[in-house]
Design a protein around this ligand. Structure first.
Ligand SMILES: Nc1ncnc2c1ncn2[C@@H]1O[C@H](COP(=O)(O)OP(=O)(O)OP(=O)(O)O)[C@@H](O)[C@H]1O
Ligand SMILES: [Mg+2]
Length: 189
């Protein structure tokens, strides 16, 4: 299946999840992530502030911040690349493009992600064998993940059924090292 049709199918499955299912999924994903020593040790974490039917991260971002990590959240640039700014609590976000909530803090530049010790990204699907990630189609995370060093854990958060075979991959498509779904953690690559 091509990317366009696969995205359509995955988004329609997401739309059928109830708010209760989404909340329960978010709690399981958050617990799984916070159980990992490599997540607990990370002082600087790049994450995302979920919108719509994306695997929910608000509680996760808050928990990381409460535990003392510095959390970078993306700021979407005009060219769809990602700049980064520090999350400093629930009152420090303001709406940006496409209704995305973005930190009001100083922008650290697209290269700020290079300094993260843990990178948590959204995905519509991840390939079970290769770890190739399918996003929403902006190429934003392909650019961001290309800046991340090989030893930094990269994690995609998924709903059930989104770790699949045969994710279409172009040469620019980036992989992730881990996927977390409500069913647990999967090591990739
Ligand atoms: N490193 C890059 N520099 C410039 N453009 C890029 C880069 N990587 C990908 N793109 C462009 O982004 C567009 C969308 O790519 P793709 O369909 O893979 O998005 P995606 O992975 O689903 O989105 P996202 O990364 O935002 O989640 C493509 O036209 C691609 O050429
Ligand atoms: Mg891509």
């Amino acid at each position: 299946m091509d990317k366009l049709n696969l995205r359509r199918e995955l988004l329609s499955a997401r739309a059928s999840l109830t708010p209760e299912q989404r909340r329960a999924n978010a709690a399981k994903v958050r617990e799984t992530l916070l159980d990992q020593p490599w997540a607990q040790m990370a002082g600087l974490v790049a994450c995302y502030w979920s919108i719509g039917t994306e695997p929910e991260t608000h509680g996760l971002v808050f928990a990381l911040w409460k535990h003392g990590a510095t959390v970078l959240l993306p700021v979407l640039c005009e060219d769809d690349d990602l700049d980064w700014a520090v999350y400093d609590g629930p009152d420090t976000l303001a709406p940006g493009r496409f209704g995305l909530m973005e930190p009001v803090d100083t922008r650290r530049g697209p290269d700020a992600i290079r300094t993260a010790a843990l990178v948590i990204v959204p995905a519509l699907a991840v390939d079970r064998l290769s770890g190739v990630r399918l996003g929403r189609g902006g190429g934003s995370y392909d650019r961001a993940l290309a800046r991340v060093g090989p030893n930094v854990p990269t994690v995609a958060l998924l709903h059930e059924g989104e770790l699949i075979d045969g994710v279409p991959a172009d040469p620019h498509d980036q992989r992730v090292r881990w996927a977390i779904s409500p069913g647990g953690l999967t090591s990739l690559m």
